[in-house]
Design a protein around this ligand. Structure first.
Ligand code: AMP
Length: 280
């Protein structure tokens, strides 16, 4: 496995691969890797002949400075995990390498970046589009693998690729969960034991919503979920929403054939966790 810190280094290796006819798969991450990340790498290894992972905690996508400061960083452990999992190239740039000058680009994804995390984390998806577009320009992957845990991000990245006419296939991959159902996340390691226990209620409440969806009006079900969340003093809902799975517009009445997804952002202590589940 080759570890590259600069654009020139990674470009040199990937150019050679391309000349050799390799199919390049790409998994962008912010590090502090877990099985969820490795499942994306495995999907890449299955579909491509060479797999590249990036580890970069992108400052422009953090709307909360404290969140950026406390974000876990463990590059050596990450690289050992990637090597063990059969990654070919790791791209681990510095902030200066990625942003030699401030990125002033403003993306517009219509309604898609104005709702949910777009509304609750101002600037977040603009920062995601900035870094993913740069990474795609550097790596030029044939396929890029993204986890459905960040459901809105998958839709945003697909839309960005369309808008910029980038020749890359976006491959969405299923959510990996802990045995108690909590979606795996680098942020889980920041939870205290009590917060971790409280967080396990999040998938339980979403499962309840999935089971009861259709038996009562959407607004009533959402209130029921909020009530359940508020029963646990360590949890604080940021949002819970039932949305059209394609547009992410929130729904009150379901049209025949419409796919609905429940999305939630909930704080356990100071740590903001997200999850989602298709409900019909
Ligand atoms: P992050 O390091 O949090 O930016 O995540 C990097 C990639 O891994 C993103 O495409 C995430 O959606 C994906 N990912 C994170 N957690 C999970 C999970 N539990 N299951 C599947 N994919 C995940």
């Amino acid at each position: 496995m080759t570890i590259c810190g600069t654009i020139l280094e990674v470009d040199r290796i990937l150019n050679r691969y391309r000349q050799q006819g390799e199919v390049i798969g790409f998994v962008p991450t912010m590090g502090a890797l877990h099985e969820g990340h490795l499942s994306l790498l495995r999907a890449s290894k299955k579909a491509c002949t060479k797999s590249v992972c990036s580890i970069f905690v992108n400052p422009t996508q953090f709307n909360d400075k404290k969140d950026l400061e406390r974000y876990p960083r463990m590059p050596e452990k990450d690289c050992a995990m990637l090597e063990q999992a059969g990654c070919d190239v790791v791209f681990m740039p510095s902030v200066e390498e990625m942003y030699p000058a401030p990125d002033e680009r403003q993306f517009d994804f219509g309604r898609l970046d104005k709702v949910l995390d777009g509304a609750h984390r101002p600037g977040h998806f603009n920062g995601v589009a900035q870094v993913v577009s740069k990474l795609f320009a550097i790596i030029k992957p044939d396929k890029a693998f993204f986890g459905l845990k960040d459901y809105q991000q998958v839709l945003i990245v697909k839309k960005m690729v369309e808008q910029l006419a980038m020749p890359v296939e976006i491959v969405p991959c299923p959510i990996l969960r802990e045995p108690d159902g909590l979606a795996m996340s680098s942020r889980n390691m920041l939870l205290t034991a009590a917060e971790r226990k409280a967080a396990s209620l999040i998938p339980q409440i979403m499962q309840m919503a999935r089971q009861q969806f259709g038996t009562m009006p959407v607004a009533e079900l959402k209130n029921k979920m909020l009530e359940e969340v508020r029963k646990e003093p360590l949890l604080k809902p940021d949002y819970i929403a039932f949305c059209d799975a394609e547009t992410l517009e929130s729904v009150s009445e379901v049209r025949p054939g419409q796919k609905i997804i429940c999305l939630a952002a909930i704080f356990s202590g100071k740590i903001r966790l997200i999850d989602n589940m298709p409900v019909n």
